[in-house]
Design a protein around this ligand. Sequence first.
Ligand code: ING
Length: 348
Amino acid sequence: DLPQSFRREHQELLRAGITTWPAVQAIDEHRRILKKMREIVIGAAQMGPIQRADTREAVVARMLALLDQAKDAGCQLVIFPELCLTTFFPRWYIADQAEVDSWFETEMPNAATQPLFNRARAHSIAISIGYGELTPDGRHFNTQILTDRQANIIGKYRKIHLPGHDECDPERSFQHLEKRYFAPGDLGFPVFRNMDAWMGMLICNDRRWPEAYREMGLQGVELIVLGYNTPSGNSQNADETPEMRDFHSDLSVQAGAYQNSAFVVAVAKAGNEDGHPLNGGSVIVSPDGVILQKAKTLGDELLVQACDMDATAFGKASVFDFKRHRRIEHYGRIATQTGVIYPDGKEG
Ligand code: ING
């Protein structure tokens, strides 16, 4: 199954009477090497539950074990979940701001996470981790960072689509107070050059919003990495099953990957945190929207997949060649209107 372009070269060689097989083999070998040039072996490091009482040091020890496992598996990039250093604290109403702030990091790396950065550098593995970011001027974000293979932070993303509510809601079986504890991200949807590829990040609820992927697709993104903490139940609809929420997670991630011809790696923090179950189901999805790997457990589990960034090229040059196919003169509402306005002018 030689690539089309190689077949053409092969034909030209034959037409030019160069039938010496070694020449063709040399090209083939050259192409194989070129082909591997943009292959990245990616690890999705799903994490099991983190209990309210667990220390950051205990969590980092689990992350180090996953990083060692990733090294043994030949990974060059490892993705950790959203808020991967602590329990998913937005499930509780916390009145005391000092206690809220205790769930945040004031610098990254810091004492608790430096061992992680050191091990990543020692293994020459780039990492992406999610955490609560408390800035020096007192702003709170749900943040994900990306490093190069020497553990230098080369990219930061702050979660833009914050689900849930901002006041304690006694009607709910559990809270989801991300709108209370975090400010909406203020960095947009940036795309970074890393390991000879265009990489972007999302966080959790962002994966449900096609605009988020398209903002990066329009920057040529080839790999989107994201973490999530998804409660297995709906605090407002007891009939919604964990399977339905797993279906919606895969549906969103597969659509985002296919519609922007990019790999998407979505990594869960999973399992039962202080009586609150979180979905697992971490996935690595191809630019065709195919699930290449999916987690089987609700614990610490590493998925590994070699991803050739050049595999994103065909989709970007054909069905999703945005320049050739998009008609932005008809897309006005998407960027200028927040909620529903019915044709009769009434607001939704
Ligand atoms: N968690 C959930 C998520 O988007 C949610 C919240 C679940 C919203 C299901 C809507 C439907 O996966 C976070 N942390 O965003």
